[in-house]
Write a protein of this length. Structure first.
Length: 302
């Protein structure tokens, strides 16, 4: 049973996020919500619906599709767009590769995750978006902890963590020059636990990947990866069927699973409360270097 304190805390976070989303619509001419099909972007869309109810969400959603996504994620994305009659734009990493703008990685650790930056920046420019909202949270990773709610990007789409604008008393400065844009993170102050408690309280639908299920996986460097044909395996990496779930959802090639029997939201919350491993601890792309996320963000990543 949820305490009155936790509900009050969630309502305060909800109000803050809705305020940020409304500020985006007030200050920018052509915003978009980046949608990955993961729990955080789903919560952002749910908050946007609340922000403008009973009217429709006044901006499009955009998914940067690596071509190596989980089928469950794509199915959930398409069902959500149809159910809520929202425009879902899709930027294709495969098209960026075909056009020679991105180079496919080779080898056992090959991933298309980093290549999303090229497709994202091209999509923002093609649609002339002046603001791209996303579901990043400060507790996820140390580079994301440096972000403001309103994060300025120059005309090359790059981010300078040492030159960010102050946000005193929740006053957000969205002024920019031609060609520049902003990334805005409405749920910056939420934690993983806040997200799960809010999903439970609001009865928000999620992809089945988040819940316990049987799947063929193999272990690499302490991480369980889905035994997909998209991942080149070594001879010693023999798949086996295990009961797992995913704490985050991204590109198949770099998204790690955890062994878990948590099949309900209540069980997931209990599991998150007791774990000592960070939410992105199973993301192979974050392990490439100590500053992997910050380097990608400087280049224009989410």
């Amino acid at each position: 049973m949820r305490s009155s304190y936790s509900l009050t805390h969630l309502k305060e976070l909800e109000a803050e996020s809705i305020y940020v989303i409304r500020e985006v619509v007030a200050q920018f001419e052509n915003p978009v919500l980046l949608f990955s099909g993961g729990k955080d972007s789903i919560v952002c869309f749910y908050l946007a619906r609340k922000a403008f109810y009973p009217g429709k969400v006044p901006f499009s959603l955009m998914h940067i599709d690596t071509g190596h996504n989980f089928p469950e994620t794509i199915a959930f994305r398409d069902d959500l767009a149809k159910k809520y009659d929202v425009k879902m734009l899709v930027g294709s990493v495969q098209e960026s590769i075909n056009q020679g703008k991105a180079i496919e990685e080779k080898g056992y650790n090959a991933s298309r995750n980093k290549m999303q930056t090229v497709t994202l920046l091209d999509s923002i420019e093609a649609h002339r978006f002046d603001c791209a909202m996303g579901g990043a949270r400060r507790d996820e990773e140390k580079a994301r902890a440096k972000e403001r709610f309103f994060s300025h990007r120059d005309d090359f789409g790059q981010w300078d963590p040492k030159n960010q604008r102050p946000e005193l008393w929740n006053l957000f400065n969205g002024r920019k020059h031609m060609g520049e844009h902003f990334r805005v993170f409405p749920i910056s102050n939420w934690t993983e636990m806040d997200i799960w408690q809010y999903i439970l309280h609001e009865e928000i639908e999620l992809p089945s990947l988040y819940f316990s299920h049987k799947r063929n996986v193999f272990e690499r460097d302490g991480t369980l990866l889905y035994a997909s044909d998209l991942i080149q395996r070594k001879e010693t990496e023999i798949p086996s069927e295990r009961i797992i779930r995913f704490r985050t959802i991204g590109d198949v090639t770099c998204t790690g699973a955890i062994e878990s029997s948590a099949s309900t939201l209540e069980e997931i919350i209990e599991e998150v409360a007791s774990t000592r491993v960070t939410e992105r601890g199973g993301r192979a792309d974050d392990k490439r270097s100590e500053a992997a996320m910050e380097d990608r963000k400087k280049e224009g990543y989410f």
